[in-house]
Design a protein around this ligand. Structure first.
Ligand code: PMP
Length: 407
């Protein structure tokens, strides 16, 4: 897509001008965390410089301003994912906290011994461990739908695992270890046929495509700000209002209450019921600024541009002898996970770093995926809207050199 304004976008990200080991930075670790545009950085500086006070409490002008900014960011998130109401948008620390919140509230209230929770074999640890913890506490059972050697869910097997005992299905929208985008519409349709709520882990999907929670008809959707060009330490739990209303609170404290005596507490209305204590005010404002920024560019334009980047990188990678793509399929977001014959992924990461190229080497918090593919780790190049084909050329040349030297 030649008209995607990538150079203009790059100019908004100050860190992209950094030199790493005297080389221009080629930042391809966006699935771990992506960089922030000046607009987001400025919004945080502005907040602390001009509009900072605690929210929801004061009658004084600054507190009212801070509350306005905080709540208008909630409105932006609501529109960004097309939720029905701001009551359905809960600010949390990130995807991890959002999943733990659902496990500890919805899970404890609705899941008992013998019940089943269904996930897939490509989940991030944060969509495995909270359910394991819940299973240990309740006696419920965690079921895992298998994937194939292309790194895609085997849907027929997934369907077979849905039973009358299934009380929740929690699946990743886009895998961080493979890049695979799950057939979430089919998954949700199968779940709805049996009235089973579905949580989508959108940590990876959210920066790469437009997400419409009403069209998806998912019950919960979680994501982290730091992968969406927003600050770290802020994330979102979307939940359907009726479900959130019925769930007990997560943490107790200030802001989540309406009335407290020593004998009983009346909880606040949504979304405040789930936001105990002083929230991460400035980073919520930063998340709002990131959403404004993305809306200007358009999520569909970003998706189209990144699809081109991924296709370009995949084609080049397939030509490299000794390189194996882990998760080589056609339903992917902008992630290229790979291994090289005879070269450990950590060595790939270190060698590429000496060329100024930042990739991730490791298990990507998805150890069961590594076990399935029988690799200790993978090297992962993950692309963002500010990456270019020229950067992919630098990456591929770096890999070819590595193979020449060590392969
Ligand atoms: N799920 C997926 C698919 C992820 O990629 C990540 C982050 N790597 C998480 C959940 C957890 O996100 P966070 O660490 O921001 O809570």
């Amino acid at each position: 897509m030649t008209d995607f304004p990538v150079e203009k976008i790059r100019a908004d990200f100050p860190i992209l001008k950094e030199k790493i080991r005297n080389k221009p930075l080629v930042y391809l670790d966006n699935a771990a965390s992506c960089q922030k545009p000046q607009q987001v950085i400025d919004s945080i500086v502005y907040c602390y410089s001009h509009e900072y006070a605690n929210v929801h409490r004061g009658v004084h002008t600054l507190s009212v301003k801070a509350t306005d900014r905080y709540e208008s960011a909630r409105e932006k998130v609501k529109d960004f994912i097309n939720a029905q109401s701001t009551k359905e948008i809960i600010f949390v620390r990130g995807a991890t906290e959002a999943i733990n919140l659902v496990a500890q509230t919805f899970g404890k209230a609705n899941i008992k011994a013998g019940d089943e929770i269904l996930i897939t074999a490509m989940e991030h640890h944060s969509n495995i461990v909270p359910w394991q913890m819940l299973c240990q506490e309740t006696g419920a059972v965690l079921k895992v739908a298998p994937i194939d050697l292309q790194g895609e869910l085997i849907f027929a097997e997934f369907e077979k695992l849905i039973s009358d005992k299934t009380k929740l299905i929690s699946v990743v929208h886009m895998s961080n270890a493979l890049g695979t985008i799950n057939p979430v519409k089919k998954i949700i349709a199968a779940a709805k046929a049996k009235n089973i709520p579905v949580l989508l882990d959108g940590a990876q999907a959210i920066p790469h495509m437009s997400v419409d929670v009403q069209a998806l008809d998912c019950d919960f959707y979680v994501f982290s700000g730091h992968k969406l060009y927003a600050p770290s330490g802020i994330g979102v739990l979307y939940g359907k209002q009726a479900l959130l209303e019925a769930m007990p609170p997560y943490q107790g404290g200030g802001d989540m209450i309406r009335k407290v005596t020593f004998t009983e507490t009346e909880y606040n209305v949504l979304p405040y019921k789930f936001e105990a204590g002083t929230p991460n005010i400035a980073d919520v404002v930063g998340l709002g600024a990131a959403i404004d920024y993305l809306n200007e560019i358009g999520m569909d334009n970003i998706a189209a541009y990144e699809a081109e980047l991924l296709a370009y990188a995949t084609e080049k990678a397939r030509q490299i002898k000794g390189l194996r793509i882990i998760g080589d399929n056609n339903n992917k977001g902008a992630i290229l996970s790979f291994v090289l014959d005879k070269i450990h992924p950590h060595d790939i990461g270190t060698m590429l770093d000496s060329l100024g190229i930042a990739i991730r080497a490791g298990h990507h918090c998805a150890m069961p995926v590594m076990d399935f593919f029988e690799v200790p780790a993978t090297a992962r190049a993950s692309f963002a809207m500010y990456n270019t084909k020229e950067e992919i050329d630098v990456l591929m040349a770096g890999i070819e050199d590595l193979i020449k030297i060590f392969g």
